[in-house]
Design a protein around this ligand. Sequence first.
Ligand SMILES: Nc1ncnc2c1ncn2[C@@H]1O[C@H](COP(=O)(O)OP(=O)(O)O)[C@@H](O)[C@H]1O
Ligand SMILES: [Mg+2]
Length: 285
Amino acid sequence: MHTADVLTADHVVKVFGSGHTEVRAVDGVSVAMKRGELVLIMGPSGSGKTTLISMLGGLLRPTAGTIVVDGEDITALGERDLPRVRARKIGFVFQAFNLLDALTVEENILFPARLVRDGVSRAQARADQLIDRLALSKRRRALPQTLSGGEKQRVAIARALINAPPIILADEPTGNLDSANGQEVLMILHDVARDEGCAVILVTHDPRVEDIADRILWLEDGEFRDRKREHHAWARDPVCGMRVDEWTAAITTEHAGQRKVFCSKRCLERFEADPARYLAAQSTS
Ligand SMILES: Nc1ncnc2c1ncn2[C@@H]1O[C@H](COP(=O)(O)OP(=O)(O)O)[C@@H](O)[C@H]1O
Ligand SMILES: [Mg+2]
């Protein structure tokens, strides 16, 4: 059973609106994933990545096509049964963390266990283990607003893992983090695929993950395209110096008629505060 596909999508389509305003956000995508696999989805802004990953996780219904999650056809499930499958089979990690402000770190991590039968009785030991593993022991009773971005995302990852789902879906989980915290979150997700035997699907613009991913799927205009690694057009983040793929870059600005790309919002903010400083540094390097 371990080698069987844990997630399959077959000719999945999502159309928003109709007539003049119709958008085919995802246009006939098929994919199959096994446990232990880390798969990247990369593509330009607006190419359908969030729409696709939302459908794979049962948060959004496809217009057409079939999605089978751990043996269960979620496209055939009614609204009443879908939350149960989501809670047991899928862990979500979002760019905006989506933690519950009024709950402590530990309570946030334990929250999804309430949605699963027998979940709560097993969850405490699992939470202790995850808190330890994700280096959150000192923040166990803290509220989300007192955490750093990196800590928030580690809490979100622990929460995603609490019910030991076979699938983890992460939509730009490093988008609100600085470079070092982003790197740490990516490595944790990589280790999760290996150690927990999860299928991890990661939407990211971060080229550093390409080396650790098992597969990269390039999405463009709602379809998977063949794209070779060599086709990268590398640019440098003028603030931190990290290489960024021009094609998929999400955080960009125009400066003196030139397009500048950034690894994170933080680097963009630093640049905008004092462009001359970073442009001078770039031209001498
Ligand atoms: N709820 C929605 N209603 C209408 N159009 C949408 C909706 N969600 C996404 N879209 C459109 O679908 C396309 C793909 O969006 P999205 O999946 O968010 O792309 P990405 O995550 O790659 O940036 C875009 O053209 C976007 O404007
Ligand atoms: Mg998106």
